[in-house]
Design a protein around this ligand. Sequence first.
Ligand SMILES: [Zn+2]
Ligand SMILES: [Zn+2]
Length: 286
Amino acid sequence: MSWNGTLRCSYCYESGHSKRKCPTMKQRHDQYVALTEAGEDVTWRQRSAHREYKEMQETLKESNKTCTYCREGGHRVLTCPMRLGDVDKLKKINRWWKPLVTKTLREIGFGKGALIARSKWVVVNGEHEKREIPHIVLGFNGDHYGPLDFTGFAEGFAGIMVMDTTTMDRERVYLPPSVHNALFHAAFGVEGHEFGESRWSPESNAHPFQAHVPRGLGQSNALPLLAPSDTSFCGGDEDKLFFPLKKKREINKMFRSGKGEYFTEENTGCFIRKIYPLLKKHKGVK
Ligand SMILES: [Zn+2]
Ligand SMILES: [Zn+2]
């Protein structure tokens, strides 16, 4: 209730209903679910409505002591056996993934101080021209935990900070597609199989992973590497590129949907559960 006694929604700010019954939030949440199921892109509005909606449901359900992760009763999400099982699978995956990432980055020369090319409009002798401007790779976004964690295949890897060598401006850009592709191939490439160009091609159907992983294989040539660097992003402590899953409070942040204080979303747990047996079968994950 607001000061004058009208019921006002704290989500859409319209009067006449509360946040709990907000039709706008519900609609955006439903759109998020439908689009995600169809593998389509979602807007940040839909994503945040989805998060808020789920959080609300979680609060409501917590009063009934139903686990929001597996929908079973008798425990909460923090002690959920299914969620802890998924954390365990991710730990096993990361035991294989960590050295593979380190090796892949070294092979392609993607390290601190590498140069990448960004196309920019610049003024040359009074004329606007599109030029490839070298940018120095400074590191990953400082506010992103586990920038190259395996779960990045489901949620997107972190962006990087670069510096324009002509203006010295610092900018945030997405992970270069060439780096993404190298990681994708390292993770999901299987001897004797090709990645199909579309999901419906015969190669794609025959590939052990392609139907189960998000479309990560871009044909984009954006942000090509101009010069390599073998300098580690984290002073040799490559563990910092992945989510720490040792302490209880770290494990508590995994596969939870919230407002940014969590590492990953619930749906990502489902991705790990599906992909783990395939990695075990085809990539030698223990
Ligand atoms: Zn509303
Ligand atoms: Zn549970």
